[in-house]
Structures are given as structure tokens and as C-alpha cells.
Design a protein around this ligand. Structure first.
Ligand code: KG4
Ligand code: ZN
Length: 371
């Protein structure tokens, strides 16, 4: 296999332009991103095609439907990202694609397309860990440099990680059962609020009485930074089953109680992670908590985390909502950060359904597939 590692002048000393491809779940996304010599980033184009309407009738993402939709749309979206960037392929320095973790069929569609482009164009390939895309986003949006603490909460992940550097992560905690976005989605499904559930639960909670239900706060008060949401999900189901007729107010009250329990759980778990991070980074002035993943769009939870940060003298960094959920700008950016450090991949790199950011982290026995 031909090695496409860069051997010419150092990319750190010039602007590099990277095409990014993201197909790990139910968004087909492409982007062109620049990394300038001073380390700043620029999104030149970013296209996201959501498959929500394809999956909504099933109440969740159907892997086979997702993979087929990526095949149908990816080529057109690459053209769109290139056109919107007013860019031709000769101006691209490298091709970055999500190589995992995620739904394997979809990941393979994006990665194989990227390999084809890299081979045809003679450009380097960068196989990006989707989680690294989320983790490095604040570098693109606000020039934030590691180290910082990351709370990544999406439909597939609930993790607390120390981001020590590009390609250097320490996992403090992960879910031992459901991901937080999954808990939002299952709560919404139970209450017939549709898919995806997070925004619908947040909206309903806004008009609910959060004192009516006192749902459990899993693992709160215990040492460590792991999450568990299955007990909370069960409590929500039992509350709904105890009602003969479920009114709009009941739904709002259950959602408000659920969200309050989630907020308290996050406060507890993230509080422990902040203490751990401070111990591991003694002398670091003004540490930052970054929140990422689709659940980070939730304003009530953002408010809770902002209060927590303020109480402890931390800063909170929350990328814009469009860059919290899945997109290809974050993949192109992670690719650019790797590219300037000489980290490129051979064309026989494989797609991975599981790919922990911290390879030294212990496997969690009952964690969902993406932990
Ligand atoms: O990061 P993302 O777009 O996709 C992955 O799962 O990788 O996250 C989607 C998840 C879904 O579970 C969705 O219900 C949740 O993020 N979500 C929210 C909100 N918006 C999206 N959860 C709570 N509140 C929201 N406003
Ligand atoms: Zn994601």
C-alpha cells in the first residue's frame, strides 16, 4: 500500500485546507475547514443532511437505512461543500473522514469514499475518531487549547474526559448503561413526543412542575465520574404507567422531573471530574469545562453547568448548537490538527464500531456499544 505521509515543507507554517466527511450515525455531513499557521481555524463550508425523517417512524436510528442514505447523498454533499467553499480538489491538503466509533455500515461509506478520493488525488488520508472531533471543536470555534475537561453527551456517548492535548485523552468516566441522549429519546418515546426526543423533552419540561416527581439521581453522591441512566428511565416509565389518562400537564411534569434529575446527576458527576482534573493539572489557572454532543444543546442543562463552573471558578465553553451535534467541520478540524502534526493514515486503515479515545481506560462491562 502506498504511504501518503507528507514529506514536503511543514504544514504548521502555512494554512492547510482539509475536506471532512462524517457518516457515523444519522447525519451525512461534509465540510471544508482551514487551519491557519497561527493555529486558528476557519469553517469555509459545512453541509449537514439530517436523516431524521427517515428514522422517525422507527423511533430511533435504523443502521441499514442510515448506511443506504449515506451512499445516496454523500457524493452530492461533497460537491456541495467544495462548491460552497469555492474550492477545487487541488487546493485540498488532506481528506479526513470519521473512521469510528459509530454504526459500522455508515462509517464504512464515508471512510471508503475518503480513501477513494485520497488515492485518486494523491492526498493524505486522516482517519478521525468521531469523539476527537467533538473533543477538539472548541479549538475551531474559539481557539481554546488543551488542557481542558470535556463533558461529551450525545445519543451514543456520555463521557467525561481530560483533553490533555491533540491525541492525548484520559477518560474519567463513562456511562455504565444508557447514554444521556438515549435516555432523553426513550423518555420522549414513552410519552409519545416523537424522535429525536431531546428537544421535545426540553420543550415540554419548560411548562412542567419539577417538584411533582422526585426521580432518582443515579450514582449521585458516590465517588467517581461514571454515569448510569437506566434506573431513571425505569422510574419515568413507572410514573407514566401509574397514570390512567396522561394529560399534557402530566407529560410536562414528568419531563420537568426527568430533566431536573439529569441536571442534578450532571452537577454531581461533573463536580467529581472537576476535582479529579484539578488534581491532575495542578497550577493550571482558570480551568475550562467544555460541553459537546447533541445533549449540550439543552439550555436548562447548560444553565446548571454554568452555575457549577461559576461556583468553582471555572469557565464554561459550549460550542454553537450546530457544532455540538454531529457535523463534518469538527472532523475536518480534527483532521487538520492531526495533519499539521504529521499524523496521517495508510489507505488500509479500517473502520471501527468501537474506538475509545483513551485506550488505557478500563472497559465498562454493561456500557452501551459506543462507550
Ligand atoms: O451528537 P448528536 O447529534 O448525535 C449523536 O448521538 O452522536 O446527539 C443527538 C442526541 C439525541 O439523543 C437527541 O435527543 C439529543 O442529542 N438532543 C438533546 C437536545 N437536542 C438534541 N437532548 C436534550 N436536550 C436537547 N435540547
Ligand atoms: Zn457525535
Amino acid at each position: 500500500m502506498k504511504d501518503l505521509r507528507l514529506t514536503d515543507q511543514t504544514p504548521q507554517s502555512r494554512t492547510v485546507t482539509v475536506l471532512g466527511i462524517e457518516t457515523s450515525c444519522d447525519e451525512t455531513a461534509t465540510a471544508v475547514v482551514r487551519r491557519h499557521a497561527d493555529g486558528s481555524g476557519e469553517i469555509v463550508s459545512s453541509c449537514v443532511l439530517s436523516q431524521i425523517t427517515d428514522h422517525a417512524p422507527y423511533g430511533g436510528v435504523v443502521p441499514e437505512i442510515a448506511a443506504r442514505a449515506h451512499i445516496v447523498h454523500l457524493d452530492g454533499l461533497i460537491d456541495r461543500a467544495m462548491n460552497e467553499a469555492n474550492c477545487d480538489f487541488t487546493a485540498i491538503d488532506a481528506i479526513a473522514a470519521t473512521a469510528g466509533p459509530g454504526l459500522l455500515g455508515g462509517v464504512m461509506v464515508g471512510l471508503m469514499t475518503a480513501k477513494g478520493l485520497a488515492l485518486a488525488l494523491g492526498k493524505p488520508l486522516i482517519a478521525v475518531n468521531h469523539l476527537e472531533g467533538h473533543a477538539l471543536t472548541p479549538g475551531l470555534t474559539e481557539g481554546l487549547r488543551p488542557p481542558y475537561l470535556l463533558l461529551l453527551v450525545s445519543g451514543g456517548h456520555s463521557q467525561l474526559l481530560a483533553v490533555d492535548d491533540v491525541a492525548a485523552y484520559r477518560r474519567y468516566g463513562t456511562t455504565i448503561d444508557d447514554a444521556l441522549g438515549e435516555a432523553f429519546d426513550k423518555t420522549a418515546k414513552l410519552l409519545s413526543l416523537g424522535y429525536p426526543g431531546g428537544p421535545a423533552v426540553e420543550l415540554a419540561a419548560a411548562s412542567g412542575d419539577d417538584t411533582r416527581y422526585d426521580f432518582p439521581r443515579p450514582l449521585a453522591g458516590k465517588p467517581g465520574c461514571n454515569f448510569s441512566f437506566s434506573g431513571l428511565k425505569t422510574a419515568v416509565r413507572q410514573a407514566a404507567q401509574q397514570l390512567d389518562v396522561v394529560s399534557q400537564q402530566d407529560i410536562a411534569d414528568i419531563c420537568a422531573g426527568f430533566q431536573k434529575a439529569v441536571a442534578a446527576t450532571l452537577r454531581d458527576r461533573v463536580g467529581n471530574a472537576m476535582a479529579q482534573f484539578s488534581t491532575d493539572h495542578k497550577g493550571l489557572a482558570g480551568p475550562t469545562l467544555v460541553i459537546a454532543g447533541g445533549v449540550a444543546a439543552n439550555k436548562a442543562l447548560r444553565g446548571t453547568l454554568l452555575d457549577l463552573c461559576t461556583d468553582h471558578g471555572w469557565k464554561l465553553s459550549a460550542p454553537p448548537v450546530s457544532l455540538c451535534s454531529d457535523n463534518a467541520a469538527m472532523i475536518a478540524w480534527a483532521g487538520a490538527e492531526r495533519f499539521v502534526r504529521g499524523m496521517t493514515d495508510p489507505l488500509d486503515v479500517t473502520a471501527r464500531a468501537r474506538w475509545p479515545l483513551d485506550p488505557a481506560a478500563e472497559a465498562v462491562p454493561y456500557a452501551g456499544v459506543k462507550a
